[in-house]
Ligand binder design. Structure first.
Ligand code: OAD
Length: 250
């Protein structure tokens, strides 16, 4: 087995409070686009985030915003979890903090009680005026622009847009788990978006070992105790020893 993988496995085996902090790279092998990848058709190289993921962009052209999220929802409806999601689901002891707005970890079997979506979810819409109304949407056939049935304000995807705060409860729970972790697994994130990426510094400062899984060096590289370069769908099953000893020795 590759020595970097072996030593990361050893760290993981000796850890008691493991948190996985994931990003778009975890879902890349399911055909879901990342945001800033250099090698793929990353979303923010094709679209202007301020037009599509900000309060200002929504005010300017709400139909454009809803149509873009509905296009992403249709893609997600046709996607399936990949071996990286299943590997994480095979470890219910690992607490999941994700920046992803998809539901592939849940579909792989991760319990919602062990999963924090820092940037919200596209499986739901909510009232843009914060009246509290929210509802699940059918990913294959999501509704167009419509009014909140409770207060009449426009409905919008339950995601965090640029310039908005992370949901308080989710953020403080994620911080608490990272502060108390003894191992942070950082999977498929550029670690470029704050405050989410500050969780890596927080865990490291509090003494956690940091294992980074990414196809290339990232903003998390300088904090890594172990950096495993490769696709999450290949590395995670190996890291968790999901292959036979025979294949480990290959
Ligand atoms: P990014 O698109 O910024 O980064 C994706 C990372 O995944 C890159 O570092 C890639 O190298 C890596 N990657 C790609 N394919 C991979 C694979 N198969 N296995 C492992 N790694 C792979 O995505 P995030 O870091 O998640 O925010 O972006 C953070 C936030 O920026 C997103 O949540 C989103 C975006 O704006 C909001 O929507 C609020």
């Amino acid at each position: 087995m590759n020595p970097a993988l072996e030593s990361a496995r050893h760290t993981l085996q000796n850890a008691h409070r493991i948190v996985c902090f994931s990003g778009a790279g975890l879902s890349a092998e399911s055909g879901i686009s990342t945001f800033r990848d250099t090698e793929t058709d990353a979303l923010w190289s094709r679209f202007d985030p301020m037009m599509l993921a900000s309060q200002q962009g929504f005010a300017e052209n709400p139909v454009r915003v809803i149509d873009w999220y509905n296009w992403r929802r249709n893609k997600l409806a046709n996607a399936a979890p990949n071996p990286g999601h299943y590997a994480l689901a095979s470890r219910p002891d690992i607490l999941q903090v994700t920046q992803n707005v998809d539901d592939l970890l849940e579909r792989a079997g991760v319990s919602p009680t062990r999963l924090y979506h820092l940037h919200g979810t596209i499986t739901e819409d909510r009232c843009n005026a914060h009246c509290g109304y929210h509802e699940r949407v059918d990913l294959a056939s999501p509704p167009g622009l419509r009014k909140c049935p409770r207060c009449g304000a426009p409905m919008r995807p339950s995601v965090v847009w640029f310039g908005e705060s992370l949901p308080d409860e989710v953020w403080s729970a994620a911080r608490g788990h990272c502060e108390n972790s003894d191992c942070l697994l950082v999977v498929g994130t550029s670690a470029a978006v704050y405050p989410a990426a500050s969780l890596i510094e927080l865990a490291k400062r509090r003494g956690a070992s940091v294992i980074v899984v990414n196809t290339q060096p990232s903003g998390a590289s300088s904090l890594a105790d172990h950096e495993l370069i490769g696709p999450a769908g290949v590395i995670l099953p190996q890291l968790f020893g999901m292959y036979s000893h025979a294949s480990d020795e290959d």
